[in-house]
Ligand binder design. Structure first.
Ligand SMILES: C[S@@+](CC[C@H](N)C(=O)[O-])C[C@H]1O[C@@H](n2cnc3c(N)ncnc32)[C@H](O)[C@@H]1O
Length: 223
């Protein structure tokens, strides 16, 4: 039986330095549609004036797109000071009202029961303490609140990864680089079994894990 990998990172993989600027540009040019889709999915679960937390926003585009879609109080929290700076500049340029702060998902700088909805994409596999991250999400969610985590599926096929990489890259070096990156990221991602095992160790008593393309939509309900 494969060993469960539920806390295998040596440290939190916060992104810093020049790579943050590349990541920002790449997200704006190639993933903005994806961010709008995530925001539309979040909106389905939100009442007017809902309080929303984005964990690990990177350059912040989910929060910025959601801010344009309704009257919400939105906070974005990332461990990387470089990304927090980029988030603030992006929100200012887009005239979006989002409060971006620095913090670690393992110990979030928020009160208990503070948010109606939490969103986190492409970051859960990077967390050093994933079970603690889930427990923290439960702590800061209000009763009846929902956390939505979107991340890659460890068990996705090589063919699906290659197809997904094609959508983000031009043929040639860029395509090769994207395929290698996706394969590397997939190795570090969790399987459905591993996710279920981790969720069992937290106070979340209800969840749904939906497969979508090369990843999962993981809905966690605080009851
Ligand atoms: C691959 S990026 C994903 C960014 C964005 N959510 C997206 O979908 O493009 C992973 C993000 O997780 C952040 N991160 C990693 N470990 C973290 C932690 N322990 N707490 C908060 N943020 C963290 C990184 O700094 C980075 O911004």
């Amino acid at each position: 039986m494969a060993l469960m990998r539920t806390g295998r990172k040596i440290k939190d993989l916060g992104i810093t330095g020049p790579f943050t600027r590349w990541y920002d540009k790449n997200t704006r040019e190639k993933r903005i549609g994806e961010m709008r889709e995530y925001a539309a999915e979040a909106k389905r679960h939100l009442a007017d004036n809902a309080s929303v937390l984005e964990v690990a926003p990177g350059p912040g585009y989910f929060s910025i797109e959601l801010a344009k879609m309704g009257n919400y109080t939105i906070t974005g929290m990332d461990i990387s000071a470089d990304f927090v700076k980029i988030c603030k500049a992006n929100a200012k340029r887009e005239k979006a009202s989002v409060n971006f702060v620095q913090g670690n998902v393992s110990q979030m700088p928020f009160e208990d029961n503070a948010f109606d909805f939490i969103f986190c994409s492409a970051a859960f596999k990077n967390f050093k303490e994933p079970v603690k991250a889930l427990a923290e999400m439960h702590r800061v969610l209000k009763k009846d609140g929902i956390a939505l985590i979107v991340d890659m599926n460890h068990d996705v096929s090589k063919e699906m990864l290659e197809e997904a990489a094609r959508a983000y890259s031009k043929p040639g070096f860029e395509r090769w680089f994207m395929v290698m990156t996706f394969k590397g990221l997939c190795k570090g991602a969790y399987s459905k079994n591993e996710l279920e095992e981790m969720i069992k160790q937290t106070p979340f008593s209800k969840n749904e894990i939906k497969e979508s393309g090369i990843g999962f939509y993981i809905y966690l309900y605080k009851q």
